[in-house]
Design a protein. Structure first.
Length: 107
């Protein structure tokens, strides 16, 4: 009996066990995939809330826009051309200092 038990553990027996396990696993996986596909085809449904539809619409509108306010650009061009555009030098200087401080803290 002990010799028979050792013979079952030989390389040939191991190959046969692995082959059998592989066949069983493949059948199980194929069965599970088939079942999932069958149930997915019959029961899936998606319903979006009004908020989700509004968000999707707003996202699409944003994607389609250039991101440039053409009316504002034309207004600024006209003000520059007629000389009425005034630069706030103090504000520009403060913003430059702030950006320099921010950059120095990063590097």
């Amino acid at each position: 009996m002990a010799i028979d038990a050792l013979n079952d553990r030989t390389l040939g027996g191991l190959k046969e066990s692995v082959a059998t396990a592989t066949v069983v696993a493949n059948k199980t996986i194929k069965s599970a995939v088939k079942e999932a596909n069958t149930s997915a085809k019959t029961e899936d449904a998606v319903m979006l809330t009004d908020s989700a539809m509004n968000l999707a619409k707003a996202s699409q509108t944003a994607k389609n826009s250039s991101g440039i306010d053409e009316a504002k650009v034309e207004k600024l061009k006209a003000a520059i051309n007629d000389g009425s555009y005034k630069i706030d030098y103090e504000s520009v200087a403060n913003k430059l200092i702030d950006s320099e401080d921010e950059l120095s803290s990063i590097f």
